[in-house]
Write a protein that binds this ligand. Sequence first.
Ligand SMILES: *Cc1c(COP(=O)(O)O)cnc(C)c1O
Ligand SMILES: [Zn+2]
Length: 425
Amino acid sequence: MTIAYELRCRECGKSYGIQPLSICDDCFSPLEVSFDLDYARTRFTREAISQGPLDMWRYRALLPVPDSYVPQTPAGLTPLMSAPRLGARIGASNLYIKNDAVCLPTLSFKDRVVAVALANAKEFGFDTVGCSSTGNLANAVAAQAARQGLKTYILVPADLEPAKILNTQVYGATLVRIDGNYDHVNRLCSQIADRYNWGFVNVNLRPYYAEGSKTFGFEIAEQLGWRLPDNIVCPMAGGSLITKIRKAFSELVALGLVEDRPVKFFGAQATGCSPISTAVKNGSDIIEPQRPNTIARSLAIGNPADGPYAARAIRASGGWAEDVSDVEIVSAIQELAETEGVFTETAGGVTTAVTARLYAHGRIQRDELTVTCITGNGLKTTDCLQDSYEASQAIRPRLADFENYVEERNAVNQALSLLGESYAR
Ligand SMILES: *Cc1c(COP(=O)(O)O)cnc(C)c1O
Ligand SMILES: [Zn+2]
């Protein structure tokens, strides 16, 4: 029998077959799923994919899932949208948004990684699954485990956004808030997974989880008409997504589904948690861990597991990384919503603000085909906007009242803009 894929150490190359394991016994480096591309060649074709389901499972031939697995979650295949109005604001004429703010079932790209991780849970004999999470992963694991009838333990930093906590509990998961940051939570999860033999999607199932991110890249290429873009701008937490989009593109090239061309990868972080962008700016692959302090909690991983690989991938591609302040994140969320009608969470604010800066600094040229990765939904982080808008006074249901209201409002806006002009002078 041909083996379609197996786990292999990223550094020493030792192979481990197919088992729930994420670290090499010999050299303590991360394990990665490696595919037999010759075996995949006949099954992973443009034709076969176009006849597949209208979700991420159309790329199943390059995902590490047991042959017997019947997909339970129609995640992925989210819109790739042109973004002319945002582009006009930031000096971009060929800009696209890959919009995972509307990924199903829980409105972030984490639905993709969880779908692949949990496809392996039963095969490995786990009846209980879980994760350490900065929020979106918690939502995705809770929802998909509920549908598969798995018991769920989810550990999160205590300061998570209320919406992300509620969006986990509603699925019946056991949510444990930890008095500490993500890195503390993650360490504890490793101990728990070992002790109880549970499947933690980003611990002992991490190599399978990580492959799910490739579907984000496969979709971009297919939606561009089987073509690679010039640039990808991608948010980074643990640094996995950006490296897996790159892996997806290189698999597509290796299998002849797209023409080879250089794609630059640009990483986006919040300044309050920027270990990877800092390394890139310093020309280094060595990640100095940080203590996170930013409203972009979904990206707040101070000691990113795939940080060195992300930094290396960015620099090898000729790209760059940037980080932006919390104030810039909030205004970028508003700018994206106002120009393109896409309401993203703080992580998408990070990506949008970094995209604008890359054009402003000439790192990306105006007419290059650029895809900016929007990975989560704004309804989950509305707390960051609470000071930005006031609920207006209610009026009586009369036309005259409406006209008075509009008149007063225009007068106020005019006064404010005169004030703004006098400040500007
Ligand atoms: C987890 C997450 C990311 C980053 O993922 P990594 O693969 O850990 O770098 C980006 N955006 C959102 C909204 C996330 O939840
Ligand atoms: Zn090794």
